[in-house]
Design a protein around this ligand. Structure first.
Ligand SMILES: Cc1cc2nc3c(=O)[nH]c(=O)nc-3n(C[C@H](O)[C@H](O)[C@H](O)COP(=O)(O)OP(=O)(O)OC[C@H]3O[C@@H](n4cnc5c(N)ncnc54)[C@H](O)[C@@H]3O)c2cc1C
Length: 381
């Protein structure tokens, strides 16, 4: 038996995976375990590697109708002629990834948890104290398990209880997330446009129920941009000014804003405790990798726990936690430095840095092995 704290995209996936492997789970969630009444709005880029992981969890069949293939990725800097074009056919027939709405992912995961044989959900749960091997709760008393897994997000309670230090980087920026319908089809293309005020992504979504083309926007900029209150026609016009490729665009959703922050921790384990997902790392959404990284944590810890279970070992043993820590280190650090570096590189406004950026895009585009390397990284394979 293990205890997972947090039933978000990462904790719910871990509960399903462990149940499949025959490991009993108590999944503790502070909120009600029901479809959220308020829509989230995020359009999540799911890499090909994550698609395969979700398939192995038995979730893909439910997700497929809501998943828009990404066949092409185009990256460019505003005002520059250079673009970097990725084409899925360079690597085979699989798409580079998919765009799925956050709420569709969460619903499919919740259904998966409800159908999982070995998962007990304790929702509306108030946690009081974490000790090695024990979680103290208000509603259910003391729960005992050899391992507690913190999947409780960026402000992790578990992390605080075991005194793991974290460092938060505030970018001083926010992201506007909204969905737009547009005249021209998106041709399964994801766009990343770098501008001095911040990166902008146009992510292809499945057509609306009445057959209109739509895309999700992630538009990063300074905190004081009044996106929340801008008249709709002005917002649409600003979007068409930066992104004129889809003809007329019309806002088709609420507007959501998210603060842009990144988080790193000095370790991901403590006695009988591990961290996964945003509890262990949060990334700038520029590369759409946060939950993909979290699902890779899930795959690795699940595999280690299954091996220990088969050998009749202790699921919270120190050597097992050390193995997890070693396995995940490079992926965590590598992606943090990549996404953080990318934001810094593209926010500089000097001519020399601009020349380097454009040359960089051109060089990556012209050297097939380098291009394929970046493609595989983006696809999580
Ligand atoms: C604008 C934006 C766009 C993004 N786009 C992408 C993308 O395209 N691709 C991608 O891979 N990632 C993307 N991300 C990142 C992704 O959304 C996160 O990495 C992911 O949602 C984190 O999931 P999680 O389950 O680790 O944490 P969370 O979603 O924070 O879930 C934590 C869960 O723990 C519960 N919880 C918290 N505290 C307690 C407690 N004390 N007791 C019990 N339960 C508790 C919470 O209620 C919640 O259910 C984006 C992020 C943003 C902001």
């Amino acid at each position: 038996m293990v205890i997972i704290v947090g039933a978000g995209l990462v904790g719910a996936a871990l509960a399903i995976r462990l149940s499949q492997l025959g490991i009993k789970v108590q999944l503790l969630e502070r909120n009600a375990f029901v479809k959220p009444s308020v829509k989230d709005g995020r359009t999540i880029a799911v890499t090909l590697g994550s698609k395969r992981f979700l398939e192995s969890c038995g979730l893909w069949q439910a997700l497929e109708p809501t998943a828009q293939r990404i066949n092409y990725i185009r990256v460019f800097e505003q005002g520059s002629a250079w673009t970097l074009d990725y084409d899925y056919q360079d690597l085979g027939t699989d798409p580079m990834g998919y765009i799925i709405e956050f709420d569709c992912l969460l619903n499919a995961l919740f259904d998966g948890v409800r159908n999982a044989e070995f998962v007990e959900v304790l929702d509306n749960c108030t946690l009081q104290q974490l000790l090695p091997g024990e979680v103290h709760t208000k509603e259910h008393g003391i729960l005992k398990a050899p391992l507690a897994i913190g999947a409780d997000g960026r402000h992790s309670w578990v992390r605080g209880q075991v005194h793991i230090k974290s460092k938060t980087k505030e970018y001083g920026h926010k992201a506007l997330v909204a969905h737009f319908i547009h005249e021209k089809p998106h041709q399964a293309t994801a766009w990343e446009v770098f501008q001095p005020s911040g990166p902008f992504a146009m992510l292809p979504m499945v057509d609306t129920h009445d057959g209109q083309h739509q895309s999700g926007v992630v538009w990063c900029g300074p905190k004081d941009v009044p996106w929340e209150t801008l008249p709709t026609t002005e917002l649409e016009q600003q979007l068409m000014d930066i992104f004129p490729f889809y003809g007329k665009v019309t806002l088709n959703s609420a507007r959501w804003t998210f603060p842009l922050v990144a988080l790193t921790v000095d370790k991901v384990t403590a006695p009988r405790t591990v961290l996964v997902g945003d509890a262990a790392h949060a990334l700038h959404p520029i590369a759409g990798q946060g939950v993909n990284l979290g699902w890779r944590d899930v795959a690795d810890i699940a595999q280690l726990l299954a091996e220990a279970k088969d050998l009749g070992g202790d699921l919270g043993a120190e050597h097992l936690l050390n193995q997890y820590s070693r396995k995940r280190k490079l992926d965590h650090k590598g992606l943090y430095f990549f996404t953080d570096g990318l934001t810094r590189l593209f926010e500089r406004d000097s001519q020399i840095v601009s020349f380097m950026r454009q040359t960089g895009l051109a060089v990556v585009g012209k050297i097939p092995p380098l291009k394929k390397f970046f493609m595989k990284k983006a696809m999580g394979i």
